[in-house]
Design a protein around this ligand. Structure first.
Ligand code: ME8
Length: 661
């Protein structure tokens, strides 16, 4: 099966942002899913460069428009690469391959009488690149809900496209193909709009020269929307290209709700006039809004640098957040603290923690060798049935262009896997030799669960499978969609490693709140200026720092005395609260190749899952002491002041056992 999927081509009048990224990430997840199904996928994105607003922006920067867009397009390509976007092509409307198709189509429509010359007298909104008749304006401004900006009066000779001629054919098509415009709320909007009557569309401009010239009347440039929509076939080499023959019609054009009207009216009418098939689906998703409720957009100036976000949290986490938060038919809310919350709860706590806990147990109890399982019990049976149910639900959600729902389903499986660890309590099984076979079954099932999770999340977080496969010691060929609900795929005897934590937790206490904006504490060496206004900065500086009472500094010691301390990096393998205390945590740590038990008074400040796989500093030559009946072999270092306590962690790649001096 072939699968042709597109994003809109974005205006390169400024760098891409998180809203633009959403559309592209959603399209990418669908493209990756269809590749996993074995479909022959063609995934197209690109930039829409012949708009009047591009000329205006370039002029404002005093730069030639082409030089300007070349710079911004480079940013788009870099962002897509940083977000692991797997597009097969990137079309720019300033490319010759596109321009010649636009000219060919314009001429054909003119010759067959669908385009005619007249005069346009009306209004134009340059930010929206849209013509408006006087009676549609709202208080003399652009009536677009998202815009409301000044419009300009135009009176110029223009070519017109006979939209009105195709109105009934289009209505009939939409009525006969309920799947054509999705979700259905957008379809209803479009039906009402078309039933209101279509006016012929002005499709050329003469007051500026940036754009594609009308070949038989070069005084005119082609109206940017007619030009832009044609990218979906010019990129395939319309009319004779092999790709055009193979991939057209598109299986889905994905876009934001703001531009569904252009795709559901102008685009199908161009295709009807050319007598070529219409795309199968036009899907209009909602917008990402700020916490305060405004649309994230370049012109509102409320966008955050996407590159910084990716650098801070990683492409997989940003992709997960974007896909997870946008529910079908509604808008999503974006804020950086929501990203951190999702990362900590869904990715670090639920997903990452299951992977690290379960692999750590395979290493601890079976030296990293995946054991041969014994007889399945009811819990294993339930997991298998659940994987089947979830795989079907994910497929159904993705067929309905609903990645948020698909992820929700997958996390149902992740939650079940975590519950399975608690129910089976391998640490107790390990204490009884007669439970050896049961422990083997549980450990084997853990690794199978990790495999199932890696397959199911592969379309959404493409960086994950390779990291998981590395821990499992297999290559990525191992990720096979059809095996997401099959069990017994793993060969017992394979060697696994604990690996690095998949999603290290972000310490949210690093954030201090200023109004609605969270600012990262400077000491964390992360950009302090996220959305931080001058006024907010001043508020922080003006706040008096409360006086603190410090412990007095102790008497001097010599270097020799200090050298008696043997401080080592230690890796926490497992952590559990000591029963009947609220302060003590029992840790198993690995230091210089041996595993030690350490009891530490940090339980009020950390959950066990926050500690597993972290590297801490251990006083390794402290005399062992018994605490609550447990022999503690050393002490881990923590900084504290008042009620705040932070365990010292080592973030660089240093093994357990490295000296601290
Ligand atoms: O409209 N939330 O380009 P454009 C979600 N060139 N999606 C958002 C968003 C937000 N806050 N902001 C932007 C154009 N988008 C034309 C398209 S296609 C033939 C020509 C996404 O740069 C969303 O997909 O203004 C929206 O439709 C698109 O960017 C608009 O991009």
């Amino acid at each position: 099966m072939k699968y042709y999927i597109t994003t809109p081509i974005f205006y390169p009048n400024s760098s891409p942002h998180i809203g633009t990224a959403y559309t592209t990430v959603a399209a990418d997840a669908l493209a990756r899913y269809h590749r996993l199904l074995g479909d022959e996928v063609y995934f197209l994105t690109g930039t829409d460069e012949n708009a009047q607003k591009i000329v205006r922006t370039a002029e404002a920067h005093n730069i030639d428009p082409k030089v300007y867009v070349d710079g911004v397009v480079k940013r788009f390509k870099e962002l897509w690469e940083a977000l692991d976007i797997s597009n097969d092509d990137f079309i720019r409307t300033t490319e010759e391959r596109h321009q010649k198709v636009v000219q060919q189509i314009f001429t054909k429509l003119y010759e067959q009488g669908d385009i005619y010359k007249s005069e346009y007298s009306g209004w134009y909104c340059t930010p929206c690149e849209t013509f408006w008749m006087e009676n549609k304006l709202l208080e003399g401004k652009c009536p677009n809900a998202d815009c409301g900006r000044e419009v300009e009066l135009l009176k110029e000779e223009s070519y017109f496209f006979r939209l009105s001629k195709y109105q009934d054919t289009l209505l009939k098509f939409i009525n006969e193909h309920p799947e054509f415009i999705q979700p259905s709320s957008r379809r209803n909007e479009m039906l009402r709009f078309i039933e209101g009557g279509l006016e012929d569309l002005c499709v050329s401009r003469t007051t500026f020269q940036w754009g594609i010239k009308v070949p038989f009347d070069p005084h005119h440039v082609v109206y940017v929307w007619l030009d832009a929509l044609i990218n979906y076939i010019s990129a395939l080499g319309y009319p004779d290209g092999e790709k055009y023959k193979r991939y057209w019609p598109a299986d889905v054009h994905i876009m934001g709700k703001d531009i569904v009207r252009f795709h559901a009216v102008i685009w199908p009418i161009i295709l009807l006039a050319l007598d070529i098939p219409l795309p199968k689906v036009i899907y209009g998703h909602g917008w990402y809004l700020t916490k305060e409720g405004g649309k994230i957009s370049k012109s509102r100036g409320n966008v955050q640098d996407s590159f910084e976000l990716i650098q801070r949290y990683g492409s997989d986490a940003i992709r997960y957040f974007l896909l997870r938060e946008m529910q079908v038919g509604s808008d999503g809310t974006y804020s950086e603290d929501n990203v951190v919350e999702r990362l900590n709860s869904d990715l670090a706590n639920d997903f990452g923690n299951f992977v690290s806990r379960s692999l750590a147990m395979v290493v601890k109890y079976r030296g990293g060798i995946v054991p041969r399982p014994g007889q399945d019990g009811a819990q294993e049976q339930e997991l298998k049935e659940l994987s089947h149910e979830i795989k079907n639900a994910v497929e159904k959600s993705l067929d309905a262009f609903d990645p948020a729902r698909a992820l929700e389903e997958i996390w149902r499986f992740v939650a079940r896997c975590n519950k399975y660890v608690d129910e089976t309590a391998p640490w107790s099984l390990a204490k009884h030799e007669e439970q050896r076979e049961r422990l083997d079954t549980v450990l084997y099932t853990f690794v199978e669960c990790i495999r199932v999770m890696a397959v199911l999340t592969a379309p959404f977080m493409p960086g994950l499978p390779s990291r998981i496969c590395k821990s499992l010691g297999v290559d990525e060929g191992f990720i096979r969609w059809e095996e997401a609900d099959q069990w017994g795929i793993l060969e017992p005897g394979m060697q696994v490693q604990k690996g690095e934590p998949l999603f290290p937790r972000i310490d949210i206490s690093q954030y201090m709140t200023v109004g609605e904006t969270k600012i990262v504490n400077q000491s964390q060496n992360i950009d302090q200026n996220i959305n931080q206004t001058q006024a907010q900065k001043e508020t922080i500086e003006a706040e008096p720092t409360p006086a603190l009472e410090f412990e007095p500094i102790k008497a001097e010691i010599s270097m020799d005395e200090f050298a008696k301390l043997d401080l080592r990096v230690a890796k926490i393998l497992s952590a559990e609260k000591v029963a009947k205390t609220d302060k003590l945590m029992k840790l198993e740590v690995e230091v210089a190749g041996v595993v030690r038990t350490v009891v530490s008074g940090i339980a009020k400040h950390y959950a066990p899952e926050d500690l597993v796989n972290q590297y801490v500093v251990l006083v390794a030559n402290l005399k062992p002491a018994k605490l609550r009946g447990i022999m503690s072999q050393g002490m881990i270092l923590a900084a504290s002041q008042g009620d705040v306590l932070e365990v010292l962690m080592v973030n660089k790649d240093l093994p357990g056992g490295a000296r601290v001096k």
